[in-house]
Design a protein around this ligand. Structure first.
Ligand code: S3P
Length: 166
């Protein structure tokens, strides 16, 4: 089984993904961490030094190689991964994609503290407008997943139940 967690930065993909992998006894993969380890630098540095396009190409290569492997895993993907280089199609063809749909107000509350570590959020506009713009660009793509969980209080048990029903 391959499970892909998708959603906006701050939606809890990494935390829930790690817990879910443990509960299901599967390997956990954090796509951003894989890229950072391979490149030997942070996502922020990759954006600064190489640019977003290069990051998107790397992100897609990693996604493609995991999705085509015979490994089973729970993967937390970066917020933009489904939206570039047909990421959503790759996930839907190879596993169970789950969208953690968190309200805009809750995303802003969670991200206020760590926007510096997320290059797309550290822009000149307010956090509210960056989140709202990203969501209007991405919402339709996110909603192409197999399972949508819409709540500000998603738990690992919610994820397990939704997967079992799928
Ligand atoms: C991005 C989200 C980040 C990271 C990169 C781009 C995005 O991951 O991949 O900064 O485009 O939304 P998180 O969603 O884990 O913050």
């Amino acid at each position: 089984m391959k499970i892909y967690l998708i959603g906006m930065p701050g939606s809890g993909k990494s935390t829930l993904g790690r817990e879910l992998a443990k509960a299901l006894n599967l390997k956990f993969i954090d796509l951003d961490e894989e890229i950072e380890a391979r490149e030997g630098k942070s996502i922020v540095k990759i954006f600064e030094e190489d640019g977003e396009d290069k990051f998107r190409t790397m992100e897609s290569k990693f996604l493609m190689s995991f999705s085509q492997s015979n490994q089973e895993f729970v993967m937390s993907t970066g917020g933009g991964a489904p939206c570039h280089h047909d990421g959503i199609d790759i996930m839907n063809k190879t596993g169970i994609s789950i969208y953690l749909k968190i309200s805009e107000s809750e995303l802003c509350r969670r991200l206020e503290k760590d926007k510096e570590s997320r290059p797309l959020l550290a822009r000149d506009q307010s956090l509210e407008s960056v989140i709202s713009n990203l969501l209007s660009e991405r919402g339709d793509i996110y909603e192409q997943v197999k399972i949508i969980l819409e709540s500000d209080l998603i738990s690992t048990q919610d994820l397990e139940l939704a997967i079992a029903k799928n």
